[in-house]
Design a protein around this ligand. Structure first.
Ligand code: GLN
Length: 485
């Protein structure tokens, strides 16, 4: 069967189940394409040899009752994988080989999937362009000069470029939705507490969530169903009845009320984004749902709040990298000198910037003015959503304030880089689920995404809305395979 890598996850599963394809055929096809795609720099580590072995083993004794039978899959290099190097895109973890597996990846392998390798990401998931990785930047399959977004840039590039059928990323302030939007794919950031954080390299613990990235909504729903589980190993994991998201998926959203928040119309937003949003509103109406103007008055404080809370938690989480317990160690004259050299040589510039900001906002004298204040504003942002959800079932916004930008365009201007997260961070601060779906192209032909934000634990609802809209939008990703020689 030709064009294996062009098939969706759902199609691949069907073809494996009805024996039109073996796991070996599928695994070989994705390995072959991944090998031809080195220029994208999407992988940090590959595990191709053992992937093929596992595929052969699966074919000898297939189990078609599993949800991901013999499906090869690469994952973001922020998930600890037992006995396979896990770097978080950092020099400081360059030689770190975990002795344990993250719960979400464990869930994936338990359903029959096979690890292809570990995908590039911004260092410790800090970034919006995948340019802060110690392993070099990732290129977008859309265009050679574009960033794929970040921090799950390798994941987005690998799904859009068809190096893996689906993948998982992490989203602390937008790192699944923004790269999904930049590369024309679907990305879901689940409700905080829905997917276990156990074994995921921590960035900002009160915001981090793992989630699926896929070519379409159905694949995304299926992968979410696999990764979402209650996990006693994560103290913030929440026990609730999880849906069979893919089975219960429906495009019937008649009568749903969708909020359109006026505060997401930001100054200087390109007309193309406004037009896309208007189109989205029309699609919603075409699906038989209703749109309602709403207000989320504290939206403009979300970004400054995020850039206090996230660095604060990061500075605390990253204190553990001292050259003793994990990874890289620099030589020093004494213990303190070793700590200092390890951390200044092991962390890149963006991570050091975050540690400094975080340490500052937590330090005595500044704690009340910054960190405590930010926590209070965070609550106000959450209250805005609670208020809105008295009137609406979900909220529709653009995913990002622009299409993908050029490699290098924002590297010297952190504030402009941070501004890219303006529509995604409120969702993390409020702990809500949000999904980005490809919804159109700008004048240059680059993909643009729309975001649907849900109530806590209402993933099924936003998946359904996304599914209904996807059908109307009928988005076609323009991938030219420019990187394959
Ligand atoms: N771009 C944001 C940041 O740099 C979000 C990152 C993320 O979601 N991991 O903090």
């Amino acid at each position: 069967m030709s064009d294996i890598t062009k098939q969706s996850l759902t199609e691949l599963i069907e073809n494996i189940k009805n024996k039109k394809l073996s796991s070996t055929d599928v695994t070989k096809a994705f390995i072959d394409r991944s090998e031809k795609s080195k220029e994208l720099n999407a992988y940090i580590t590959n595990d191709f040899t053992s992937a093929l072995d596992k595929a052969k083993k699966f074919d000898q004794k297939p189990n078609f009752n599993l949800k991901l039978p013999g499906i090869p899959m690469a994952v973001k290099d922020l998930f600890c994988t037992k006995n396979i190097k896990t770097t978080a895109g950092s020099k400081i973890l360059n030689n770190f080989v975990p002795t344990y597996e993250s719960t979400v990846t464990e869930n994936i392998w338990n359903e029959g999937a096979i690890l292809l390798g570990k995908l590039n990401c911004d260092e410790f998931a800090m970034g919006s362009s995948n340019e802060t990785s110690f392993f070099g930047n990732v290129q977008s399959p859309i265009d050679k000069n574009l960033v794929p977004g970040g921090s799950s840039g390798g994941s987005a590039s690998a799904v859009a470029g068809k190096l893996t059928p689906v993948t998982i990323g992490t989203d602390t302030g937008g790192s699944i939705r923004q790269p999904a939007s930049f590369t024309g794919i679907v990305g879901l950031k689940p409700t905080y507490g829905s997917c276990s954080r156990y074994g995921i390299v921590a960035f900002a613990s009160s915001l981090d969530q793992a989630g699926p990235m896929a070519q379409n909504v159905k694949d995304c729903a299926l992968l979410h169903e696999v990764i979402s589980s209650y996990d006693p190993k994560d103290s913030t994991s929440i026990e609730f009845k999880r849906n069979h998201y893919s089975k219960e998926l429906t495009n019937n959203i008649k009568g749903k009320k969708i909020g359109i928040p006026k505060e997401y119309r930001v100054d200087g937003m390109p007309k193309e984004i406004e037009d896309l949003w208007q189109k989205g509103i029309q699609y919603i109406k075409d699906c038989g749902a209703e749109t309602i103007d709403i207000s989320l008055p504290n939206t403009s404080y979300a970004l400054p709040t995020y850039y206090i809370v996230a660095p604060a938690e990061a500075s605390s989480n990253l204190a553990r990298y001292d050259g003793v317990k994990y990874g890289f160690r620099a030589k020093g004259e004494n213990l303190i000198d070793m700590y200092e050299k390890t951390r200044s040589e092991g962390f890149g510039a963006e991570v050091q910037r975050r540690i400094m900001i975080g340490t500052y906002v937590l330090s005595s004298g500044y704690y009340d003015a910054y960190y405590l204040k930010a926590q209070k504003v965070r609550k106000l942002i959450k209250n805005d959503f609670d208020e809105a959800y008295k009137k609406v079932d979900a909220i529709l916004t653009p995913s990002t304030p622009s299409s993908a930008f050029k490699i290098g365009e924002k590297t010297n201007d952190p504030v402009s880089m941070y501004l890219n997260d303006i529509f995604t961070v409120p969702v993390n601060l409020a702990g809500l689920p949000g999904i980005s779906i490809p919804a159109g192209h700008d004048s240059k032909g680059y993909p643009l995404g729309l975001q649907i934000i849900g109530k806590a634990f209402d993933e099924q609802n936003i998946l359904n809305i996304a599914y209904a809209m996807e059908e109307k939008i009928n988005f076609k990703n323009k991938i030219t395979d420019w990187w394959i020689k």
